[in-house]
Design a protein around this ligand. Structure first.
Ligand SMILES: [Cu+2]
Length: 220
């Protein structure tokens, strides 16, 4: 569980609901993915999330180069959704980016992606609608080479790392638009400047305001 591992430092074991559905690995030519609303609890707080086939992240898909795969995606969210195949060469209408040739998958609808697989490697898939990617609509995609794999291995693991915040992605985005270094740690902000100035005021009376820079120690 990459996401749980990533928040380990702040992980509140006692309150957190442990997600016991680790992503499954699906192989073959046809795949069924069901997208549903979910509530994740990584920090002790229940927050809005999305699961695919019951897990967050969604199942790892294993395709094979040279085959044509179909992926039927059913949307149980109350809003439009989509799946974009990141880094994968697909016919324009199968790219999963809502726009000209693909409208997105409406609530209650099912869309079947049909993709001739013309490459191999490790990729991932994610929603291209709203901020669904940020709340869990992601998964790993492994494409096996058409011919014998030139690399010998005993076991092949797909590792998918992500981060998590209980703040809604829309709020994070708007904070960053207003201030691009909003989430930089130990960064002096207008707020800390005002607070520190208030604390330092008695000293400032004696030293004069030109001294502010020299005495304004910031913990770094
Ligand atoms: Cu992408």
């Amino acid at each position: 569980m990459g996401i749980a591992a990533a928040v380990e430092g702040k992980f509140n074991q006692a309150d957190a609901e442990v997600i016991d559905h680790s992503p499954s690995v699906l192989t073959g030519n046809h795949f069924d993915l069901t997208i549903e609303p979910h509530h994740a609890n990584f920090t002790g707080r229940r927050t809005k999330a999305i699961k695919i086939n019951g897990s967050l992240p969604g199942p790892t898909l294993r395709w094979r180069e040279g085959e044509t795969v179909t992926v039927a995606v059913t949307n149980h969210l109350p809003v439009m959704t989509s799946i974009h195949w990141h880094g994968v060469r697909v016919p324009a209408a199968m790219d999963g980016v809502p726009g000209l040739s693909f409208a997105g998958i409406a609530p209650g609808q099912r869309f079947v992606y049909r993709i001739p697989v013309v490459q191999n490697g490790t990729y991932w898939y994610h929603s291209h609608s709203g901020s669904q990617e940020q709340i869990g609509l992601i998964g790993a995609l492994v494409i096996e080479p058409r011919d014998k794999d030139p690399i010998a291995y005993d076991r092949d693991y797909a590792v998918l790392l992500s981060d998590w915040t209980d703040t809604s992605p829309e709020t994070v985005y708007s904070n960053l638009k207003k201030q691009s270094d909003y989430y930089n740690f130990h960064k002096r902000t207008a707020g800390t400047f005002v607070r520190r100035r208030k604390k330092q005021r008695p000293a400032l009376h004696g030293t004069g305001s030109t001294d502010v820079g020299a005495h304004g120690h910031e913990p770094h």
